[in-house]
Design a protein around this ligand. Structure first.
Ligand SMILES: [Zn+2]
Length: 88
């Protein structure tokens, strides 16, 4: 893949018109409607992982949620965030 095109190539479907790059930071695919931060979309293209990488990133983000909140110490089962537990 040409690195010059990574910022405008859709990481979902591979569509690559210049119209995909709507702003400096924004990406929106004119073919499939996929939207993303332009840098994130480009990074996914460069890594070549596509949807599998996005799914893995989402899963890691969800699994790390209790630690980001600061309500749970890793290794302890501290029942501080009952509201967060109800949401998840
Ligand atoms: Zn697309």
């Amino acid at each position: 893949m040409n690195p010059a095109n990574t910022s405008r190539t859709c990481s979902r479907c591979g569509h690559c018109p210049k119209e995909n790059r709507v702003t400096q930071a924004g990406f929106r695919c004119t073919a499939c409607g996929h939207t993303a931060h332009a840098d994130v979309n480009a990074a996914v293209n460069i890594l070549g992982a596509g949807p599998a990488l996005r799914d893995a990133a989402r899963a890691a983000w969800r699994e790390a949620a209790p630690f980001r909140s600061g309500g749970v110490t890793p290794g302890k089962n501290a029942p501080l965030s009952t509201s967060a537990a109800a949401v998840s």
